[in-house]
Design a protein around this ligand. Structure first.
Ligand SMILES: C[S@@+](CC[C@H](N)C(=O)[O-])C[C@H]1O[C@@H](n2cnc3c(N)ncnc32)[C@H](O)[C@@H]1O
Length: 206
């Protein structure tokens, strides 16, 4: 079981502060083809408990919510109740815009999303009731490994982790990749050839 230590949190806070200022008004969303792949993957795996690390204006979240809603319809009520997607955003203005986008999509989408506003290292540190099937790591790279370590105890065996732009942001992702690829790692990982790289990792504890 991975443990998130104080210095992980401190590093993540410090590195992200100035970057957050710069990125506050930037409309960033996963490429459309990546969103389609993620939708299909969630449908194929039957995932119903998803965490999105980094939500921004809520574009990728819509695909996550639609896929979970479909999975739930087909599981004859066997799945857990309540929203299937935990979204995370620390910029209040982005969170507000995301909520507007989801409202435009309708109740099927809105009902599947639990948006946690604030620093995800805090908001994801409690109230994770269910094992996690799927983690989308679409967050500033210094937060990627601390976030993974925070969620790792809740990952179910076979859970999928997708991390965006692992080729173009290889330097920033180095610690995460070293963790995934360590000899004693509980993860198996490969880089999919989407623009910028999309890392698909499976939690495979021994
Ligand atoms: C790459 S964007 C997410 C894009 C979104 N997944 C999409 O495809 O539509 C990353 C987001 O993470 C947010 N973020 C950065 N640090 C955060 C933190 N500590 N806690 C929560 N959100 C954070 C940023 O404000 C930014 O909106």
């Amino acid at each position: 079981m991975a443990i998130l230590n104080g210095s992980d949190k401190e590093t993540a806070h410090k590195v992200s502060e100035s970057f957050n200022d710069l990125m506050r008004d930037k409309f960033i969303a996963l490429d459309e083809d990546k969103c389609h792949f993620i939708y299909q993957l969630i449908r194929a795996t039957g995932a119903t408990n998803i965490i999105e690390a980094g939500t921004s204006f809520g574009v990728s979240t819509i695909y996550l919510a639609l896929a979970v809603a479909e999975n739930k319809k087909r599981s004859n009520g066997a799945q857990s109740k309540g929203p299937g997607v935990i979204a995370t955003e620390n910029e209040p203005s982005k969170a507000a815009t995301a909520r507007k986008h989801w409202a435009q999509c309708g109740p099927e989408v809105e009902a599947e999303i639990d948006l946690r506003e604030g620093n995800l290292l805090e908001t994801l540190s409690k109230d994770l009731e269910h094992d996690v099937d799927f983690l989308l790591l679409d967050i500033w790279t210094p937060l990627a490994l601390p976030t993974l370590k925070l969620i790792q105890p809740k990952l179910r065996p076979g859970a999928v982790i997708l991390s965006d732009n692992t080729i173009t942001a290889a330097k920033g992702y180095k610690e995460l990749m070293d963790y995934f690829k360590a000899l004693d790692s509980d993860f198996r990982t490969l880089t999919l050839p989407y623009s910028g790289g999309l890392e698909m990792t499976v939690y495979s504890p021994k």
